[in-house]
Every structure is written in structure tokens, then in C-alpha cells.
Design a protein around this ligand. Structure first.
Ligand code: FE2
Length: 153
């Protein structure tokens, strides 16, 4: 079966402007792209199983990193972000379960993750980053006009 074309290359426009979060996003997006290159794989494919395990593990790690950061900066939409993260993990776990037990391929998972990742990063994570960048800049005394604005490259 032909693998549906989705753009798995990392682009600068995906950067939110927080170095630590951008590095995590880039790694996670790379994993999703690698997973999608095995879109037609089933549970017998060890590489696909290993990639799914790593993605699942890394999502927990990454979401926790973001939530700690949001708590530190008292981000007002923290609970909403936590809820979005929780929902994603629930769907991901269900789809991985289907992959393992129902004989589905990787494709529904990789396409779902790709879509979710881009929409979440470009909206919720950008807003969070903008908020934190503003606070950091205000604390460091950098004039407003020269501050990095997320998503304005
Ligand atoms: Fe994120």
C-alpha cells in the first residue's frame, strides 16, 4: 500500500522560541516521521514496536516538562493544557493497544500523531511560549521591541 504523503520534515516555523521545548518537539516530530515511514507495519515489526514504545515514553516526559515549566511561570491556561495532554495520552494508549491486540497497522497512529502534534504546537504551545518569553524578557530587562516573538520568523 502507498504511504500517504505527509510532510515529516522539521521547519523553523514549528519553533516556539523556547530552546528546551523546541529541542524536545524536534526530537518527538522526528520520531513521528520515522514511525510514519513504517506506516504499513503491523505488530510483528520490531522497529515499529520500538518506535511506539519510545514515542509513548517521550510524550509523557515531554508533557511533564511543559507542565512543570507552566507551573513555574504560573501560566493561566495550565489546566487546559494538562487536559489536552491527558486526552492525547489516552487516545495514543488506546491506539497502541489496538495495534498490539487488534492487528491494525501503524498508519492510524502516525497520521493521528502528526496532525495532533502540528495543531497543538502551532496553537497551544506557541501561546504558552509567548507568555513565558514575555516574562523572561521582562525579568531580564530586554526592551520589548527586540524580544523574540514566537512564530514570527
Ligand atoms: Fe509540546
Amino acid at each position: 500500500m502507498q504511504v500517504k504523503e505527509i510532510d515529516c520534515a522539521w521547519h523553523l516555523k514549528y519553533e516556539v522560541g523556547l530552546e528546551e521545548i523546541d529541542a524536545q518537539h524536534q526530537y518527538l516530530f522526528g520520531l513521528i516521521g520515522e514511525l510514519h515511514s513504517h506506516a504499513d507495519a503491523s505488530v510483528t515489526d520490531k522497529t515499529a514496536r520500538d518506535l511506539l514504545r519510545e514515542i509513548d515514553r517521550y510524550c509523557y516526559y515531554h508533557f511533564n516538562s511543559e507542565e512543570v515549566l507552566m507551573e513555574i511561570y504560573r501560566y493561566p491556561a495550565l489546566e487546559q493544557q494538562k487536559h489536552e495532554h491527558f486526552k492525547l495520552l489516552q487516545v495514543l494508549d488506546k491506539r497502541i493497544c489496538d495495534f498490539r491486540q487488534q492487528g491494525t497497522t501503524v498508519r492510524p497512529i502516525s497520521e493521528f500523531l502528526h496532525k495532533w502534534f502540528l495543531s497543538h504546537v502551532l496553537s497551544e504551545d506557541c501561546q504558552m511560549a509567548k507568555f513565558i518569553i514575555e516574562i523572561r524578557a521582562a525579568r531580564s530587562g530586554i526592551p520589548k521591541a527586540t524580544r523574540f516573538q514566537s512564530n514570527q520568523r
